[in-house]
Design a protein around this ligand. Structure first.
Ligand SMILES: Nc1ncnc2c1ncn2[C@@H]1O[C@H](COP(=O)(O)OP(=O)(O)O)[C@@H](O)[C@H]1O
Ligand SMILES: [Mg+2]
Length: 361
């Protein structure tokens, strides 16, 4: 899978620029605040229909402009694919090969990418939200079933939480069972996918971590959530748990059980790494998880996704940089940095120099 061309119009600080990417390592070089991350963000947006940095698409439109347009020409083993997004104040339009896509779930995952930036250290450092976000963005690119279950689950969860804040308690107790059957069903789909994904991710991340630390440290990942095996049983258990939590939920005004509370356990040499690991350990663990994600995407779609490495090279020591580059052989890579020479050590690459939202070559 690779992206060949990317045209950005009124996207972030780009007025109208076209990037041409090569097969291997593409390096976006430039000083700070020139538009390197913006370009990486655009690629990720076309893969997932979402940005990692913001919640409102409006911020993606160049200040003073009315609409942003992103267009990528990509190629995967099934052929060529054009991905387009038109973003305006009033909403967005997504197109695949020129045809309008009505649902975002049909857009995402057509081109797949793994994104790694210093921000991903939050997966290890921060609270469970970040780890669920990682699961959601990753699994959604592989499974439309997951993406749509997640969308529906979140919608019902919002409605349920609003209902819990109602004053009319009898209305609450009448309505809850109606929501909960559906909620438990979508929850079970989410949980099953997460368990499967983590089942694959854990050994791969463990391998990657051993490789990066020369066997010096052991990384163990696990799913934190207590569920039975089968989707059907998960749904039944959750429905019961939701019911048992009625009074607590009403008292607190929100839903206290369900996959919106799940987490990933991260152990380094047997100790909880979440919030406790050193900066260096955190970086290695996060990178290992990303390399594992890359591997899963490869196995899943039979070809490598686009790997986006935003600003991470300068944070890694020389040995790890070399190891990372060795692992990405045969993978199209979009890498940003301020000094290409210092981070790449003669690795063959296609350099694109960026200054003030323009390509200067
Ligand atoms: N919507 C926008 N309109 C215009 N400029 C923007 C917009 N969003 C971000 N920028 C500008 O983009 C620049 C940052 O680009 P970025 O890609 O993050 O830099 P870097 O090259 O350091 O990765 C900043 O100067 C910021 O003001
Ligand atoms: Mg940047």
């Amino acid at each position: 899978m690779r992206i060949k061309k990317l045209n950005l119009q009124n996207f972030r600080n780009y007025e109208d620029e076209t990037f041409e990417f090569g097969e291997g390592v593409n390096v976006l070089v430039g000083k700070n605040a020139q538009g390197k991350t913006n370009c990486a963000e655009a690629v990720f947006y076309l893969c997932t229909g979402a940005s990692l940095r913001i919640r409102h698409d409006k911020q993606l439109i160049r200040r003073g402009a009315e609409r942003a347009r992103l267009c990528a020409e990509t190629e995967c083993r099934y052929g060529k694919l054009t991905l387009e997004a038109d973003i305006s104040e009033s909403g967005r339009e997504l197109r695949l090969n020129g045809a309008k896509v009505a649902r975002a779930v049909d857009f995402l995952g057509n081109m797949k990418s793994v994104f790694f930036s210093p921000g991903e250290l939050r997966i290890v450092q921060d609270g469970p939200d970040e780890r669920r976000r990682f699961l959601n963005l990753s699994i959604s690119q592989m499974s439309k079933g997951y993406a749509s279950a997640l969308l529906r689950y979140n919608k019902i969860l919002d409605q349920r939480n609003n209902l819990l804040k109602e004053r009319d308690v009898s209305l609450i107790f009448e309505t809850l069972p109606v929501w909960d059957e559906q909620l438990a069903r979508y929850a079970a789909t989410i949980v099953r996918h997460r368990k499967e994904f983590l089942g694959m991710l854990a050994p791969l991340a463990g391998d990657a971590h051993a490789f990066l630390t020369d066997g010096g440290e052991k990384l163990e990942l696990g799913f934190e959530g207590n569920y039975p095996r089968e989707e059907e049983e998960i749904a039944e258990k959750l429905q019961k748990e939701l019911e048992n939590a009625y009074e607590r939920d009403v008292r607190l005004g929100y839903t206290t059980v369900g996959p919106h509370r799940d987490d990933i356990r991260i152990l380094i040499d047997g100790a909880d790494a979440r919030g406790f690991a050193s900066q260096g350990q955190t970086r290695t663990a996060a990178l290992s998880m990303k390399l594992a994600e890359l591997e899963i995407f490869k196995q899943f779609s039979g070809e490598a996704p686009v790997l986006i490495l935003d600003d991470v090279m300068s944070e890694l020591d020389l040995a790890r940089r070399k190891k990372l580059l060795a692992r990405t052989e045969g993978v199209q890579c979009i890498l940003t940095c301020t000094h290409a020479e210092r981070v790449l050590y003669g690795t063959e690459c296609h350099k694109i120099r960026i200054s003030g939202g323009k390509i200067v070559s």
